[in-house]
Structures are given as structure tokens and as C-alpha cells.
Design a binder for this molecule. Sequence first.
Ligand SMILES: [Mg+2]
Length: 256
Amino acid sequence: MHAISPVQSGIRLVGFDADDTLWRSEDYFAAAQSEFERIVGAYVDLDDARARQRLLAIERGNLALFGYGVKGMALSMIEAAVEITAQRIGAAELHRIVGIAKDMLRHPVEVLPGVREAVEAVAAEHDIVLITKGDLFHQEAKVRQSGLADLFGRIEIVSEKDASTYHRVLDEFDLPASRFCMVGNSLRSDIAPVLRLGAWAVHVPYHLTWEHEREAEIDPAMRARMREVDGLHGLPAAIRDLDAQAAGDAARAAAG
Ligand SMILES: [Mg+2]
């Protein structure tokens, strides 16, 4: 007679970020930024003109209109080039900026080392979902080309990764935050919002991070629910560790 059903505890669903977690992305944005500076640098002294800061400010100001991704970046670069050069930038240079964006959109997807093995290992024990933001068109193409789409039960391409987005995803899975863990490179988009909801997180820092994505307030008390690994090879162990902690928390809560 086993009247006691197993306690529903521990991590059930693991969410994966895509750009700079599963495949390279920021490297191309950094190269585009250097190319932009070469173009604008023919007109102005980059430091005197505060070219980098002004481009970042314009990109941030446009996020609410263009969203994330290559196309929004290109429009912001054109706007910044016009402003920084006081409208002296030539049509040929603006055409080069459009060319940078097209090259980025055509660039083959480079899946990071060990990703497939790590995702398969996690998927053997948990449900997994891909949660990525950016241009819908570009993200769909990258998911397709990556060869990883078959591993994920669900793929969510969203316009912003904040607490309300994660809340909606968890609602769709009918799952409390305490049973969800997010994996990603961005403290701002992948880690801070899920910790705030009471979920778990594994931070996988990438060697390059856009300034905008580095800014995040993480309460020291919330850090107990996150781990940091230096590559996806460390992910299965980190999730097992958090899973045990989650199950322990649930058991303590059940015991009152
Ligand atoms: Mg990312």
C-alpha cells in the first residue's frame, strides 16, 4: 500500500538561452562595431566624438522601437553615423553599414563546443525549452541551422526577456518558478529576472558581452539559487547540484 505519492519537487523544466550560450553571436556584433568605427573614424576623431558611447545610447533608445537583433543594430548604426559626422557621412558608407548587417544575417551558425552533449544530458533528466530574443526571422533561421531544434520540446522566440516574459512561459507550462532553471550568458536577460521570480539559474559567461546585457542587480540573497560554470560541459553537474538544493527546499517547506 503506497498511499504516499512522490513529492513533486526539484527542477522539472530547464530553459536555455541561445545567443552566446548555444552558439556564437556577440563576436559578430563586436566585429560590426569595429567596422562601424573604421567607417565613422574617416570623418571624426572617435574619442573626441565619443562615437562608441553615442552609438550605444542610440541603440538603447531604439530598442523599444526596433527590438533586439541585427536589423535594429544596422538602423541604429546608420542613425549614429549621420549624427556623429554631422550629416557628412556618404551614401557609399551607409551602404557598407547595410552590407555589414547582411553579412551577419548570412553568417553560418557556429554552435559552441560541447553544446549538443550538454543539452542531451540535461534533456535526459528534465524537460527543456529554448528561450531566445531578437529578430524572429533571424532567430528561426539560426535554430534551424544549428541542428539543435530536435532536442527542444518547445522554442520560444520573444521580444524581451524580463520577469513578465518568464512568468508567461511558466504559466504556459503550468509550473511554479521553484521548479524552473534558466541557463544563459546574460545576467540581465537570463539570470536576474528568473532569480527574482524564485527560480534557479546557471550563468555561463561568454568572453564577450554587450554592455547593455551586463547590467543587472542581483541581490546577494538570491545568489544561493544560482551557479556559474565556465562552459556548457559543466552544466549537467551544476543542474544536479541545484536540483538537490531545490528538492531539499521543497522537503523543508513540506515539513513546515
Ligand atoms: Mg545570450
